[in-house]
Every structure is written in structure tokens, then in C-alpha cells.
Design a protein around this ligand. Sequence first.
Ligand SMILES: C[S@@+](CC[C@H](N)C(=O)[O-])C[C@H]1O[C@@H](n2cnc3c(N)ncnc32)[C@H](O)[C@@H]1O
Length: 617
Amino acid sequence: MTFATLRALQAIIGDAIDEIYLAYASENSPSPSPSPSVSSSPSPKQHRSPTPPLLSLSNHTLSLLRQITLNPNPSSPAEQLTFRPDVANAISRIVAAASQMAVVVRSPFLTICDATMIYHLPSCLQFFEASHIPELLSAAGPAGLSVVEISASVGVDSVKTSHVLRLLATHHIVRECEPDIFALNRISALLDSGRPFTECKTAPEKKYDAECGGVAALAALNTDELFKASAYFTDALLPSLDTTFNLSHRTTLPYWTWLETPENSYRLARFARAMAGTEGWMGASDAELCAFPFPDLAEGALVVDVGGGIGSMTLRLAERFPKLRFVVQDREPVCRLGEDAWHIHSPALIKSGRVRFQVHDFFKPQPTYDGDIKPAVFLLRVVCHDWPDALARRILLQLRRAADEGTTDKKPTYLVIGDHLLPYACTAAKVSESRVEEGMEALRGARWPLLTNLGAASANAYWMDMTMQVTLGGQERTLPELRSLAESAGWRLIRVARTEVAEPGPLPSGSVLGTPFPSAATITAEDEIPPSIRERGATPVMDMLGAARTLLRARAGGKKAGPGESVWVRWMPRKIHADENDARRTLITSNVEKSIATPSQGRGLLKKVSQYFVEGS
Ligand SMILES: C[S@@+](CC[C@H](N)C(=O)[O-])C[C@H]1O[C@@H](n2cnc3c(N)ncnc32)[C@H](O)[C@@H]1O
């Protein structure tokens, strides 16, 4: 390996390397078609052909790589080349494969999210195996089966089923062939016991006796009692800690009420602080939430942060937009915590009255504010995802009723929703015309050989989806799911970039809380490329997850940007270059050799970008 190669590798990986994911096309390839006889008379060999070896990096190798990249300034090229053979070997494997693979560097924050929410993966696998979906999909072959058919067969809600399957697809365990159509791949084919689905359903106890039942049995064992036992590991070691929520907490109280019980005061405070720690969340981080419509609001315009917690987001907005006024609404104990915190950390804002807390139940009609002024913005940051559709709709409907519809001279009240969008784990381009839904453009993501949603690198949205499902009965949503929720409460989606923004549509007539009210809606995808970039032959690479990352097209030996080159970014935590005003738009530079850094930032840029993606040219 040459020094130049190593330096090129470093240019890609940067000093800020936290995690590397390698995604191979073959890993995402369909499992071999079962022959007609397979479903009735399983022959494991037919769909269990030996898996070709994939290049995969062990944690050990990753840690070796980390050592390399943490040592960016060797005193001499020779020194750089004297790494231990195993280190050099790891590098050469990466370099050799660089043209076919994607390298995604994760931020420390998202790495922590992954590490602490990976528990949803065995949870979803347990459902997958226990509901015998592998057997169902095996019979369907590589074309897969629609989630409607799957859910009808297993008897579970189709939205929940699709979210679970998409989380698995995001981890390359199943394949989403088209939106909401799933198939086995080489990995999930291992979980097919070989028994027909109907037999598994009627006699599950015999399922593992089948010729190939061993792996399914192992997965079931791992994801059932062993997994559950593991969840209590710390409780067993540190008996002073409480157990996990609901069943494990032996309470019937809803989570929010339970948090407010005297014995949980430390948890309530911890939760509020945890929300302050979520700036790096995909889909809800500041750069995008601040981008629209706040800069254009009139002097003195009112922003209502609904379910605003202790006002962490409001604080950041108030500092950034001094002309705006804010009301933070939440439950009474949370408002008290918020006021205490603000009196200590930002007393001026509270004393001046620019920010105030208001105890309010968001299921009830909005109160009036300062006479009868209408808010310029309702902000719902990570609130909708706490609730199932029926209840989220109630919140949205109360806001819709209090919204100003606007006139030609006056802007309407905007609703800004900061949640994670769940993208499909398949390439939208493969979707046949009839299945392309309005707004699907906004879901175009990374390209082959990557999963559209960048796979495990984008797992956070899926972790959060499962977290909401298991703790609160809520969920994250796909764009169509979010759109239909918004429309059902009289909001029309007007912008789907990294932040969902809605303006008042027709107020549903006879608006009975909880009843859906479909209406026409348009979604404008933020996928324009400005002429200056287009002239350079740019092609869009949509990054639809709202990740704190930038997508760059680059060669394996990518170089720093030259003078005058700029990189389109989204979700930069702070100003980094002139194009930032367009940071909401699809980033892109077409010059694949000059896309790693801005001139002013050098490789330091990589430290500020939470994630980036390099595609072999
Ligand atoms: C996930 S937290 C989000 C907090 C804040 N928006 C942020 O981004 O930091 C959800 C908030 O909803 C509040 N909440 C729950 N039920 C509520 C209700 N019925 N009315 C108002 N707020 C509520 C909780 O107290 C909590 O602060």
C-alpha cells in the first residue's frame, strides 16, 4: 500500500471517524427464488446456497482503523506505513473495495443512539420470526409480498408490520423491493424453518422440528427469554435501579402521568434534560427547524412551542431570532421545571416577557395569547411521534382551529413538525408509476448499491419509531403517513425537506375529534438544484432522513475542494459557507474529485459534519 493511498483513505475518513459501515450490493440482493416445490416440500439447499463471502469489518478492525485515523499527522510517510500487518490489511481491504462500497461516518451522538437503541432489532426479529413471516415470504419468492397481504396473514396492523419490516430492511435483514413490498434476502432466508406458513401458524410448536428449523429456533430463543433477561441485567446488578417501563414498572399510569409522581421527580427532570440533548436528532435538529419560516416572520410575531418541554428548542430559537416572542406550553410540572431552568440560565428572556411558559393540555382548545393575536407558528418538536394517529390528530386539530388562515397580505399560521420521517428501504426509482405517490420524489435517497435510506447508518429514525411504539403507543411516520395525518386535521403539507411544515388547509367540516377528514394536498419537495450547481452537471442525491449529515459524491481517493469550490450541505450545525442559505436543499456537488471539504474548512469540515457519505465514482 502506498502512502498516497493511505492519505487518500484518510481524506475520505477524516479525523472524526466514529463508525464505518460497508454496504455491498450483494448483501442486499434477493435471496434465490424458491422453486415451486420449496413452499410445499422445503429443500433447504435450494434457498440456502452457501453465502458468498462478503467483506465485512469486525469491531476489532474498526477499532484498528480508528487508531489510524486518530493519528493523522505521522512524522514521516515511512512511519505511516509501518502499521502492524493487521492494520495494513484492514486498510487494503477497504481501499480495494472502495469503488463498490459506501463508507458512512457516524457522529458520536448517533453512534450512542445506535448503541443504546439496538435493542429494537432483536425485538423486531422476534416479531418477524414468531409471526412466521419468513415462511410467508419464502413462498412469495424474490418478488416479495405486499405488507397488506402479510398483515392479513399474520393478523397484525399493516402500518406496524411495515415499520418493523422496514427496520429490518434497514439492517439488510429483509429487502423492501418497492414501498411496502418485502422479500427475504440471503440473511432472512436463514430464518425460514422450511415449513409452510399455514402449518407454522396452526402448529407453531412443531415449527422448529423442520429440517431448517434450527436457526429459527435459535433466533426465537435469543430474542425471547434471553433478550428479556438481558434487559434486566443492570437491575440485577444494581438493585437500587428501577426496572423498565409499563409492564416492567408494574404501573397502569400513562407515561407522562407516571413521570410526574413524586417518586419519579428525578426522572421527570432527567427526561426534560434528555430532550435538551436531542439537538443532533435527525429530522429535529436545529439547523432545519430554524430554517423556515422563522427568518421571515414579522417583528413581534408569536411562536407557540406546543408540548415544548422546558423550552430547549425555544431557547435556541429565541437566541437566534431576537424579534420573535415565544410561549412554551406543557404540563404543569414541566412548565415549573422550565421556568426554574430559565430563571437560572436565561433570566433576561423570561423577565422581559419575550418568553413565557403556559400550562396547557394540548388536547384541549388553545388558549388566547396577549389579547387575541394569532400565533405565527405552532411548533411541535418530537411531540406527534409520542402519540398514535387518533391522538396526534386531536392535537393537530386543536392547533388548526386556533390557526390563522392568512390572507393575500398576511401569512397564515404555520405548523412546524419536527419528527423523524421514515423512508422506505428501497429505491424510489424502482417504483412503478402507478405506485409513485405524490411527494415520493422527496423520498429519493441514496443510490445503488446503498439502500435508499443509507441502511444502518440511518437507523436512528427506526430506533425512535420502535421506542415510541413500545413506550407510548406512538410512532414515527413515513411521508404518506404523515401527510394523511396532517390532512385529516385540516393541515396541508407545503414543505417536506428536513422539517415538515404545514399551513392551514380547509377546516374539516363537522370536525369531530378523531375523525379523518381527507383533503387535497400538495407537497413540494426541496429538490431543486440551483443553476450554478446544475451547470456543473450536478445530479441530486436526496437525503431524506433529515440526518445531520451531508451527502457528497466523491471518488474513493477524494481530494479537498479547490479554491472557489463549495460543497452543498444540509444540517450543518453552524455556518460553514456561502451556500448555507440553501442548506435545506439537496446538497450536491458534481465534481466528484473536489467534494470532501470547503476551502476554508479543510478536513476540519468532517469534524463538523455529523455524517457523510461517499459513493464510489
Ligand atoms: C418528547 S417531549 C418534547 C419536548 C419538546 N418539544 C422538545 O423538543 O424538547 C414531549 C412533551 O410533551 C409534553 N406533554 C405530554 N402530554 C401533554 C399534554 N397533554 N399537553 C401538553 N404537553 C404534553 C411532555 O410533558 C413533554 O414535555
